[in-house]
Design a protein around this ligand. Structure first.
Ligand code: PAF
Length: 282
């Protein structure tokens, strides 16, 4: 595995591959890698001859008071896991490389509509930070295809919209959420859970599945189902941010009968803010 920190190092390798007609698959990450990331890498391997992974904890997607400073960083373990997956190139840029004019003077990418509501309401500026860094990484790596986990459902929708709206020459591939045996979606932030909270945490996915089943059965009006989801999470000890039934592509509020839906929730449990979702096809 090549490990590069400079733009020239990255370009030298990727241009050799491109001129040999090889496809490049790209997995952007913030490190602290777990089985969910490794699933993205495995899928990347199936889609292209060359796999590039970036590890960059992006300051512009963290709001004031969020966990940028304390975000888990496990660089040696990350390198070892990526080498075991036969990743071709690991890109480890510094903040100065990603934001050459400085974080405060950076060109920012705002994606209207899909960034609004849901996590957008609770993390102002977060999706602009994600879109801003992902566009920069795409321009540097120049991948043919890039992979993102479906756990971050709204993030995936934001990136798809950016790619379509800006005619970016990259395919976006969503990859199914990898879960622990008890259903908890894998996330670097699960490390913030105490043992007791870790035992409660799977109730987020269980509640989403239960409400998704009621959507499938068209059992009750959606606002009632959303209120039930919120109530169940509160009773289980979570502090929910939202529990919402939306259109699977646009993330807009849906009327009953819409065939492509997704049930999404975000809830805090101690220091961790957990998000998850379940798709429903009527
Ligand atoms: O999902 C993540 O880990 C991050 O939001 C991403 C896409 C790597 C951008 O920093």
């Amino acid at each position: 595995m090549h490990t590069v920190t400079s733009i020239s190092g990255l370009r030298a390798v990727s241009e050799t591959w491109r001129s040999a007609g090889q496809r490049i698959a790209f997995v952007p990450t913030m490190g602290s890698l777990h089985a969910g990331h490794l699933q993205l890498v495995k899928r990347a391997r199936a889609l292209a001859e060359r796999v590039v992974v970036s590890v960059f904890v992006n300051p512009t997607q963290f709001g004031p008071g969020e966990d940028f400073e304390s975000y888990p960083r496990t660089p040696e373990k990350d390198v070892q896991q990526l080498a075991e997956q036969n990743v071709d190139l690991l890109f480890l840029p510094s903040v100065d490389i990603i934001y050459p004019y400085g974080v405060d003077r950076a060109v920012r990418i705002e994606i209207p509509e899909v960034s609004e509501g849901l996590c957008g309401d609770f993390r102002p500026g977060h999706f602009a930070g994600v879109a801003t860094v992902v566009l920069r990484l795409f321009n540097l790596v120049q991948p043919h295809v890039a992979l993102f986990g479906e756990k971050d459902y709204q993030q995936l929708a934001v990136i798809r919209r950016m790619v379509q709206d800006l005619y970016l020459p990259v395919e976006i591939e969503g990859v199914a959420t990898v879960r622990e045996a008890d259903g908890l979606a894998m996330s670097s932030r699960n490390q913030y859970l105490t043992d007791e909270q870790r035992r409660q945490a799977p109730l987020l996915y269980a509640t989403l599945r239960e409400i998704a089943e009621q959507v499938r059965l068209q059992a009750r009006p959606y606002p009632e189902l959303e209120a039930q989801g919120l109530r169940q999470l509160e009773q289980a000890g979570f502090i929910p941010d939202y529990f919402s039934i939306r259109h699977a592509d646009t993330l807009q509020v849906v009327a009953p009968g819409e065939r492509q839906c997704v049930v999404l929730a975000a809830a805090r449990l101690g220091k961790a803010r957990l998000i998850d979702n379940v798709r429903v096809q009527l």
